[in-house]
Design a protein around this ligand. Structure first.
Ligand code: FES
Length: 155
């Protein structure tokens, strides 16, 4: 079902927007937006449609952090890993978040409740370390903030 939906979306999109190599990034963004992830099946279909190798498509998908390879959890917590947040203790908060939320960085908890991902600068550098919780920025992440986030994503 999911594979058929993916194939249909790619076919419809390429009929409207073309099948040249420069269509790759916009096509990947559309799929990420519509389905939420780009898996091996999507990579295979895209490679065929745009006359690219699977390695070409896979390389682009894995290069950009915004593209997911698997469905996200019900809640998505992103922690900033960029320079200013690093200088404000982001690495320690990342470790604490993984423990508090029960999921390693870059993964989705087995119960599907939460995904923990890195992000690279939210433009709130002066009030870091920062997070994005289901799209909402949260500044000055500390142990108390992680507790609040853990309660929020438990719902
Ligand atoms: S470095 Fe984290 S918000 Fe800019």
């Amino acid at each position: 079902m999911q594979q058929e939906e993916t194939a249909r979306l790619i076919e419809d999109w390429t009929q409207t927007h073309g099948r040249t190599r420069d269509r790759l990034l916009p096509l990947l963004h559309m799929l990420q937006e519509e389905i939420g992830f780009i898996d091996g099946n999507a990579i295979k279909i895209i490679a065929e449609k745009l006359n690219l190798t699977r390695a070409d498509v896979h390389g682009v998908v894995t290069f950009y952090h915004d593209f997911r390879r698997a469905p996200a959890g019900r809640h998505v917590v992103k922690l900033c890993r960029a320079e200013s947040c690093q200088a404000r203790g982001a690495a320690a908060m990342e470790k604490a978040a993984a423990e508090r939320l029960g999921v390693p960085m870059g993964e989705t908890r087995p119960d599907g409740q939460v995904t923990l991902e890195p992000i690279y600068c939210l433009g709130l550098c002066a009030v870091g370390p920062n997070a994005l919780v289901d799209g909402r920025p949260v500044a000055r992440i500390d142990a108390a903030a992680l507790d609040r986030i853990a309660q929020e994503v438990a719902a």
